[in-house]
Design a protein around this ligand. Structure first.
Ligand code: HEM
Length: 457
């Protein structure tokens, strides 16, 4: 088949997939499909409740399983008889799959590469970022204060993690907006590819990102610094093969900003939706910010779903799962499981924890960046409450058009202080808000690249 023929076949399969999802969701009321359509994107929680009524491990229409249960999700994620790709499959081979490094590898490769990335996220290393985060938050809030009204996503929640992750990787300041721009496009693939145009944009951004990283690898070989890329390019082939370095950097870049932006966005949205909780935070920001972050991670997690495949036959909650069968672990549902939490639908930053939430997953793929994400979000909420106690919504909130990643794409707020008309609003930064895409059948999680997410599962 020539290129045009292949393009037509590919586009047809994408549109067919979308039509199937729409039929299954709107006509057959299939919950898994509904999660990928407008109702699920707007509010997945009533759909999770309907799944929960059907049990702890519910068959999907494609013959896999999904679980809304905290206990079952946690045990599947921890179970070494499950993996992130089927036994015997290598790195992604299909054209619509991005290689997201050890996130989509099973041991022993997963163990080898994760070990190499871990030191950058040790408690000591993360504590070293406190000053930089505080300075960045302060600068962003200075600009927002002057503007009076601003979009909390593009003006605050997004620039913070981008500044931190590019710094951590060793991207020079002058290049960080380019890395962020291309990274944001690649991140739109996390929920699947929606059209031929989308596929072309992804290809172009992928090529641009490869070029940028390639130049940076050369620079750090010649002029090493104390950053992740310098360590990766200096590592021996027994630790990391040359072709494994780029996917690992792309994973860290995307995971570093695509998730934390939504944690901050979801937290501010939940707090402003519950004014008494915002007041509780403002009454004692230093003590309450970390609690508000934890409750947001439980109540409205940025990563809503991941999945695992059985590497051998295994029993889950008394039900047999065949080798090669997937279990979709519905993190957002597990975090509101009444078996694990009292009044699970209540947002309460003073909640006494009865179970660890699964926002960062569980088991061997437990999020490596969680100490950093927690620190960034805690400082962001603390300083926001200290400096803008009068914060309020100033317009319509727009949600991202994605299923795996959940958060606001647009969150207009007012600082509560009078605006000086001549001052500029904070400079917006690129975010993958999904505005240019709609949701396909296949998809992902920060934990879930397209390869693992043929997730009409
Ligand atoms: C609120 C912010 C974040 C959330 C909700 C989040 C969520 C997750 C989840 C759910 C997984 C596991 C997926 C699975 O089990 O299939 C994961 C893995 C991972 N995350 Fe995060 N993440 C966040 C922030 C970050 C940050 C800031 C970084 C790095 C700078 C990061 C890097 C990673 C990496 C490298 C993995 C792969 C771990 C492995 O496969 O062993 N994450 N994250």
């Amino acid at each position: 088949m020539n290129d045009t023929g292949r393009a037509i076949a590919y586009a047809s399969s994408l549109y067919l997939q979308r039509a199937n999802t729409a039929y299954a969701g709107y006509i057959q009321r299939d919950p898994m499909a509904l999660l990928r359509l407008g109702p699920g994107r707007a509010n997945p929680y009533p759909i999770y409740d309907r799944i929960r009524e059907r049990g702890t491990l519910v068959p999907t229409r494609l013959g896999n399983g999904m679980s809304p249960s905290h206990r079952v999700c946690d045990s599947v994620l921890r179970n070494r008889r499950f993996g992130v790709r089927s036994a015997g499959t290598g790195t992604p081979a299909e054209p619509d799959e991005f290689d997201l490094s050890f996130l989509e590898m099973n041991p022993p490769d997963h163990t080898r590469l994760r070990r190499l990335a871990l030191p950058a996220f040790s408690p000591k290393a993360v504590a070293g970022y406190q000053d930089r985060i505080t300075r960045t938050v302060g600068d962003l809030l200075d600009r927002a204060c002057v503007a009076g009204e601003f979009d909390l996503v593009t003006g605050f929640a997004a620039p913070l993690p981008i500044a931190v992750i590019t710094d951590l990787l060793g991207v020079p300041d002058a290049d960080s907006s380019e890395f962020a721009r291309y990274g944001a496009v690649i991140a739109t693939a996390l929920d699947g590819i929606t059209s031929l145009r989308h596929a072309r944009r992804l290809q172009a951004s992928d090529a641009a990102l490869r070029r940028l990283f390639g130049k940076l690898f050369d620079l750090r070989r010649r002029v090493p610094r104390d950053d992740i890329i310098s360590r990766l390019v200096a590592a021996g082939p027994d630790q990391v093969r040359p072709d494994e370095i780029l996917p690992m950097c792309v994973l860290l870049l995307i995971a570093g900003f695509e998730t934390t932006v939504n944690l901050i966005g979801n937290a501010v949205l939940a707090l402003l939706d519950h004014p008494e909780q915002w007041q509780a935070l403002c009454a004692d920001p230093a003590a309450m910010a970390a609690k508000a972050v934890e409750e947001t991670l439980r109540y409205d997690p940025p990563v809503q779903v991941t999945s695992r495949v059985a590497l051998e036959p295994v029993d889950v909650d008394g039900k047999p799962v065949r080798m090669g069968q997937w279990v979709v672990t519905l993190i957002g549902a597990a975090n509101r499981d009444p078996e694990a939490y009292d009044s699970p639908g209540t947002f309460d930053i003073n909640r006494v924890t009865t179970a660890d939430h699964l926002a960062f997953s569980s088991g061997i793929h437990y999020c490596i960046g969680q100490p950093l994400a927690r620190l960034e979000a805690t400082i962001a909420l603390r300083m926001l409450a200290e400096r803008m106690p009068g914060l309020s919504l100033a317009g319509a909130v727009r949600r991202r058009k994605t299923t795996t990643i959940r958060g606001p794409a647009r969150l207009p707020v007012s600082t509560g202080a009078r605006r000086r008309p001549s001052t500029p609003a904070p400079r917006p930064v690129p975010v993958a808000d999904g505005a240019a895409r709609s949701l396909p059948e296949s998809g992902w999680t920060a934990g879930r690249p397209p390869g693992r997410q043929r997730q009409s599962r």
